[in-house]
Design a protein around this ligand. Sequence first.
Ligand SMILES: *Cc1c(COP(=O)(O)O)cnc(C)c1O
Length: 414
Amino acid sequence: MNLKKQDPEIFNIIESEKKRQVEGLEMIASENYVSEAVLEATGSVLTNKYAEGYPGARYYGGCEFIDQAESLAITRLKKLFKCKFANVQPHSGSSANMAAYAALIKPGDKILGQGMDSGGHLTHGAKVSFSGKWFESVSYGLDPETGVLNYDEILKIAKREKPKVIMCGYSAYPRKIDFKKFREIADSVGAYLIADIAHIAGLVATGYHESPIGVADIVTSTTHKTLRGPRSGIIMTNDEELAKKIDKAVFPMLQGGPLEHVIAAKAVAFGEDLLPEYKKYIKQVLVNMKTFAKTLQSFDFDLVTGGTENHLILVDLRNKNLTGVDFQHALEEAGISVNKNGIPNDPNPPKVTSGIRVGTAALTTRGMGETEMKRIAELFNIVAENINNPKVLAKVKKEVKQMTKNFPVPGIKS
Ligand SMILES: *Cc1c(COP(=O)(O)O)cnc(C)c1O
């Protein structure tokens, strides 16, 4: 029996979500739209199969086809990032980071990561996360004046704190990361270096950002942000001994059966990412972001670090007398999704914030270009000036809905 007949409640929820995804402008920097082929693999019967272990060494019978799918995912991922070893079993970016730590250190050891209030991720040592509860976590921030990484300051903190692991790679940082500088800092205190490229993985894979492969000891990532795969995680390294430790950390230390339907979908996505079209896509994501950022600046929006070198921007709303939460809600009223985000030294608490984070990866997947980016930046300005005017917000929402009609979402028939 199909879903509509058997469970109309869930069926209708999914239909409503499809409509939301089609009719709105998705500008949350961590989101994207997967292809129809990736959706098909994710929804496949591979979800029925237990496959604890790794290809060729499973704890269950009947894994011959599962092994082929997982081996393909690994081969394609290694080709995509030009790395020697890859584990495709982590269920998410957070699981990947947990396994990376588990491969390197023990509970109680010290880690140094970027604070959440300056663009770091929960798993980089936040006190509410396992990474701050099970490890002794210390943090570095951003230069309060410029909003960029201050490597001299990070070196100072590393020398003072002597962490076992240094974590780099961020959720809301609009500039490039100098992985070699981080390597020097880690070496000078005898620490391991993990690069978490959850956001910029697509840029790294296509050469639009320096690669941490062979520089960091371990590289982790999500697969559902700029890589445009299913919701999941990956771990890479060039060190054979570390590769063995990573495999043991993922299974049996942290996980049981891998999600082989998701692993097959990752293989499909990595296959797409290896095509020349994907490199063109990432290039367009960056062009779109630059155009969007410039147009916003022409309306006197203040961008943290003064601009962007990747797929996202962080907007400081203080000169507009708006909080992040209020602007996020007003944009939502107008059919545009973004998220509130703290800015360096944010005077407002995390539930309010003084900024928003905006990305172009999802809209670019729909085929939008510079013309749309300019208009959408104008719409941001209209919303900012009419935050308490429901009539104007409704008018913008109508225009948004009209605009989206020419840009289909992959896998959704409308
Ligand atoms: C998104 C993100 C993650 C975690 O991903 P989940 O799949 O949500 O667990 C980890 N690190 C960084 C830097 C991220 O931006």
